[in-house]
Design a protein around this ligand. Structure first.
Ligand code: AMP
Length: 464
C-alpha cells in the first residue's frame, strides 16, 4: 500500500485498492499517476491490461465533484471498452459514489439521454457522443479531464474527425490524457494541436515475455481447423480465445467447434450489444471455455484467466498481434500464444514479425491429429458456404464468389469475407508440401523459430 500512497492517490481510491488487494502499482501507474495528479497533459504508451484505467482515472476520481455536471470524459474506440472502462471507474470511485455513464451506439439513445443528466463522468464512443452533441443533449462545457483511450485504434477506425469535433466542444483549460499502444505521426499532430506541453511516457514492456510463450504450427490450409480442434481438446488450465480476421470466420469457427463438441461462443461487431455482453459474461464466468472473436470486438477487453490465445487467422495489422497475445500472461500468470500458420497466413505472419521487434515465436512440431468434419455457413441469400478451401495442393478457383457446399465435408479452412466473397488469402494457389521453400515462407524464418526483426527485445512506443 505504501507504494500507492506515495503516488498521491486520494483516500477513496486507496481504500478500493486495499479492498482489491493490489500489492504494487503497475509500471504505467507508477510513471503516470504523479504527473496526472500534478495536472500535466500526458501521452502514454500502454496496452490492455497494463492498469491504465486506474492511471487515467486517478485525477478525476480525486477531483470530480458529484452532481456538478460532466467533469470527466473518456473516449474509447469500442462499446465493449466503454462498458469495461465505465465499470472499472465505478469501482475505483465507489467511495465517492460518482455517476459514471457509458455512452455508445447500438442501444436506445433516449435512455442514455436520461442518464446523461446526472452524469459526473462519461465514457463514450465518439460516434454516439457526437449524436448527443448534435441533438444538444449533452453539455461538455464543464469537462476538466479528457482522456483518449486506445487512441491509435480510434484513429484506425476512422474516428479522428469525430474526436476532433468532441475535443472542440470541451473547454480549453482542461487536462488531456492520451493513452495508446503506438503514437503515429497523426496522433503526435493531434497532441501538438490539442494538448498543453504533453509529457510522453513509454512503458518498456507491453508483453511479459518471461510469462508468455509463443509458438506456431506450420500446416496446410486444409488442416487448420482440424488442428485447432485437436489443440482445444487438450487440457486447458484456463480460458481460450481464438482470433479470426473476419466476423464470418469467427462464426464459422464457433459453429464448427460446437459441432465438434468444443464449448465455444463467437463475439464480433455484427452481433447486437446485448448478445455481446451476454457472451462476454458467459465466457468470463467460465460457462464457455472458448471465445472466437475478431480484433475489434476483443480490443481492450479485460477478461481474466485466459491461458491460451490462438491465432486461427494471422492478423494483417502487426499491432493487432501484440494486442491479441496480450490477452494472456496477465497479472503474473503464464500464457501460451499459438499461431496456426498455413500458406495463406505467410504474408501476414512475416509482417507481424518484421514489425514487432523482439518477438520470438518457436516453431513446434505438429502433433498427430484427426481430420474433423465441418459444416458451411448459410449466407444471407440462403446458399451455404464455408469459404475457400485448400483443395490439398490444388490451385483454388477463388475470387469469384462463394463456393457452394454440398453439405458437411472434411476440414476446409474458412476464408470468406463478411459478405461471402473469397478473401485474398483464398485466391492463391495452395502449397502441396509443408515446409517446402516456395518463397512464401516468412522472410526471417528459421528452422526452429521466427524472430521479430531487430536487436531490441522490447516493443516500444513509436516515438516521433
Ligand atoms: P486495465 O489495463 O486498466 O484494463 O486493468 C487491467 C486489470 O488489472 C484490471 O482488472 C485491474 O483491476 C487490474 N489492475 C489495475 N491495477 C492493478 C495493480 N496495481 N495490481 C494488480 N492488478 C491491477
Amino acid at each position: 500500500m505504501e507504494q500507492f500512497e506515495k503516488l498521491g492517490l486520494c483516500e477513496h481510491v486507496l481504500k478500493v485498492i486495499s479492498n482489491k488487494k493490489f500489492t504494487k502499482p503497475s509500471e504505467i501507474q507508477e510513471k503516470t499517476i504523479p504527473l496526472i495528479l500534478e495536472g500535466k497533459d500526458v501521452v502514454a504508451g500502454s496496452a490492455t491490461g497494463s492498469g491504465k484505467t486506474l492511471a487515467f482515472g486517478s485525477g478525476m476520481i480525486k477531483n470530480v465533484e458529484k452532481g456538478k455536471g460532466i467533469q470527466g470524459l473518456i473516449l474509447t474506440p469500442t462499446r465493449e471498452l466503454a462498458e469495461q472502462v465505465a465499470e472499472a471507474l465505478r469501482e475505483f470511485a465507489y467511495y465517492k459514489d460518482l455517476e459514471v455513464v457509458p455512452v455508445y451506439g447500438g442501444v436506445s439513445i433516449s435512455h442514455q439521454q436520461k442518464k446523461l443528466v446526472y452524469a459526473d463522468i462519461v465514457v463514450a464512443t465518439p460516434g454516439r457522443l457526437l449524436d448527443h452533441l448534435k441533438q444538444r443533449m449533452v453539455d461538455l462545457s464543464k469537462v476538466d479531464y479528457l482522456v483518449l483511450d486506445e487512441a491509435d485504434r480510434m484513429w484506425d477506425m476512422g474516428f479522428k474527425f469525430d474526436v476532433s469535433k468532441i475535443v472542440d466542444a470541451c473547454p480549453k483549460n482542461r487536462q488531456t490524457l492520451l493513452f495508446s499502444a503506438t503514437i503515429s505521426g497523426d496522433l503526435a499532430d493531434f497532441a501538438d494541436r490539442h494538448m498543453k506541453a504533453p509529457i510522453e511516457i513509454a512503458v518498456e514492456n507491453y508483453v511479459d515475455t518471461s510469462k508468455l510463450k509463443q509458438i506456431y504450427y506450420d500446416v496446410r490450409d486444409g488442416e487448420k481447423f482440424s488442428l485447432l480442434v485437436h489443440l482445444l481438446k487438450q487440457k486447458h488450465d484456463g480460458l481460450a480465445m481464438v482470433f479470426c480476421n473476419t466476423r464470418r470466420n469467427a462464426d464459422f469457427v464457433e459453429k464448427n467447434l460446437r459441432l465438434n463438441k468444443v464449448s465455444a461462443r463467437a463475439i464480433h461487431g455484427g452481433m447486437d450489444q446485448k448478445k455481446r455482453i451476454r457472451v462476454l459474461k458467459e465466457f468470463s464466468e467460465g460457462m464457455a471455455g472458448v471465445v472466437c472473436c475478431t480484433d475489434v470486438a476483443a480490443r481492450g477487453l479485460d477478461i481474466k484467466g485466459v491461458s491460451h490465445v490462438y491465432n486461427y487467422d494471422l492478423p494483417k495489422d502487426a499491432k493487432d498481434y501484440v494486442h491479441r497475445i496480450g490477452r494472456t500472461a496477465r497479472a503474473g500468470e503464464s500464457g501460451l500464444a499459438v499461431n496456426i500458420v498455413a500458406s495463406r497466413d505467410y504474408d501476414n505472419f512475416s509482417n507481424v514479425l518484421r514489425r514487432n521487434e523482439g518477438l520470438e515465436v518457436k516453431r513446434t512440431e505438429t502433433p498427430r491429429f484427426e481430420r474433423v468434419r465441418i459444416e458451411m455457413l448459410e449466407d444471407t441469400r440462403g446458399s451455404r458456404f464455408g469459404g475457400r478451401s485448400s483443395g490439398r495442393g490444388r490451385p483454388s478457383s477463388g475470387g469469384r464468389g462463394p463456393m457452394r457446399s454440398r453439405g458437411p465435408r472434411n476440414d476446409r479452412s474458412p476464408n470468406v469475407g463478411s459478405r461471402g466473397r473469397a478473401s485474398s488469402g483464398g485466391q492463391r494457389s495452395v502449397r502441396r508440401d509443408r515446409g517446402s521453400s516456395d518463397g512464401r515462407r516468412p522472410a526471417r524464418g528459421s528452422k526452429d523459430g521466427f524472430r521479430g526483426g531487430g536487436r531490441n527485445t522490447r516493443n516500444r512506443v513509436a516515438r516521433r
